[in-house]
Design a protein around this ligand. Sequence first.
Ligand SMILES: C[S@@+](CC[C@H](N)C(=O)[O-])C[C@H]1O[C@@H](n2cnc3c(N)ncnc32)[C@H](O)[C@@H]1O
Length: 385
Amino acid sequence: MIKYLGSKRLLVPAILEIADLLPGVSKVLDLFSGTARVGHAFKARGYEVVSNDHNAFAQVFAACYVGADAEETAAPASDLLLDLQEASPVDGWFTEFYARRARYFRPERAAKIEGIRRRIEDLRLDPDLEAVCLTSLIEAADRVDSTVGVQMAYLKEYAPRTRRPVELRMPELLPGKGEVLGLDALDAAAIEADLVYLDPPYNQHSYLGNYHVWETLARFDRPEVYGVACKRVDCKTRKSPFNRKTEIRGALETLLARITAPHVLLSFNDEGFVRPEDIESMLRARGPFLRLEIPYRRYVGARIGIHDGKGRKVGKPGRLKNTEILWLSSPDPSVCREVAARFGSSEPFSGESFMTAMSRGTRTGRRARFTAISPLEDPDPRKMD
Ligand SMILES: C[S@@+](CC[C@H](N)C(=O)[O-])C[C@H]1O[C@@H](n2cnc3c(N)ncnc32)[C@H](O)[C@@H]1O
């Protein structure tokens, strides 16, 4: 499981549970697909999926987990991964920049990664097969890196996992083909679908900057780099309006206005650049909506506080909890009500329960709080615990 900020691994059961309750949904558009985990889960459930993300590494994940058809790709990919595992290490550009000038990997691990990447390049594979091999390589690299999960910096001392071998594993492919796009979300919003899942960034941290090494592995384009972190220079120019405090509100409003699909699921966070109340006034323009709130324990850094290079505490711990919010916007208020009742009811859901997933993920064991708002028929928020 790749380390990815904002990955919705724990939310997936709830997202599927809601989608299954919506009438007439067969095609789902995941506009900010990231690791492609959400699209993969939809595909596994039998939905037709279109995945979109503007970063090349995310398109690689989507091409592997959503785009590729297991029936055509799994057997050749499995042979190829065995072959690639034996690729000779290459101590070249990648190793120099990402293991010596910056120390994201031990040099011998970086050379193995580089050797495998070069071999993938030389084989000139069919695009689906290439995506499966690249996904396997990026996931293998992630298991031996020396970061706390983002590539803004690397650890002073190598993390213990950097000693593990670079091991290519077979990604979990699914039968059937999905569609993969690399558009700006604002340009892809109007694509025809029955349900759109929106999981935009909610603060200034750019995914390209945080995962620039994966971008380079995906593109293998020897970019010009800058700074101690050896970030790609295009991190300075390839920006998203969803990372800018002054632009995100307008971008979200435009995005929601462009969506033609009847149902929208939107993930956000109460610490984001846009206040939940402001998002709700945008959603109100679409019709009824339902809000699901999930209290979370915050990431470890926030809980232990900020320390300097010598381990001295230089800042105070931040808030200990935050709230993940999932909105459902649907034209029929009775659908919102049905979803609310399903989540608020004491009866367990089918399959893996949302609450169970949350409790396991956060170890708080707390009940999620759900609020249903139906502006068309019931202007007063009804709280259900
Ligand atoms: C919160 S993450 C999505 C995580 C994903 N749902 C998952 O479970 O892995 C946000 C994603 O939006 C992408 N992104 C940011 N701005 C974008 C834009 N303007 N158009 C398309 N994708 C964008 C980023 O590359 C990132 O992968």
